[in-house]
Design a protein. Structure first.
Length: 160
């Protein structure tokens, strides 16, 4: 018997025992530029989604800001770069599914950018859809080499 594939919404709701704060190993510390015995928070998917949902129309957030907010909330040194990115992608895909189903109250994932204001090409709809949605909200998107960046994004990020 084959196991049924979970929907993006189900993955978003599956906390897997997170959030959890753990000590950073020496290997992690070397990779992330922290010190051994610092701490990292591994968030729950809904926590990441919740922060993404708080970004109002016309404003932006970066994945690093989400990590910082999670670390502060859980009194950890850093927010996990790997799981935060994965859970943001899950939130984006769950939102895209909801959008396709005609729902209006969805996570505005296109407002979550990579470091430097770069559009995440792996989010649903790729660069084209996100660019269109951002431009509809008044942002100017420019191409820098192979990347697409929200111009002057620093002036439009929210403070959490």
């Amino acid at each position: 018997m084959t196991k049924k594939q979970m929907s993006w919404q189900e993955k978003l709701m599956d906390s897997k025992g997170f959030p959890k704060v753990v000590e950073i190993t020496p290997k992690m510390a070397e990779k992330w530029g922290t010190k051994p015995h610092d701490t990292v928070v591994i968030p729950a998917p809904l926590e990441v989604d919740g922060i993404m949902r708080r970004v109002p129309k016309g404003k932006l957030i970066t994945i690093n800001q989400i990590r910082d907010a999670l670390a502060k909330r859980h009194r950890a040194t850093i927010g996990c770069p790997i799981t935060t990115g994965i859970f943001a992608a899950i939130a984006a895909r769950a939102a895209a599914d909801a959008m396709t189903a005609g729902k209006k109250d969805i996570t505005p994932y296109w407002r979550t950018l990579k470091q430097g204001g770069v559009i995440n090409e792996k989010y649903p709809g790729g660069i084209e859809l996100q660019k269109r949605l951002l431009e509809q909200e008044g942002h100017k998107v420019v191409q820098k080499r192979k990347r697409f960046v929200v111009k002057d994004f620093e002036t439009k990020v929210i403070n959490l």
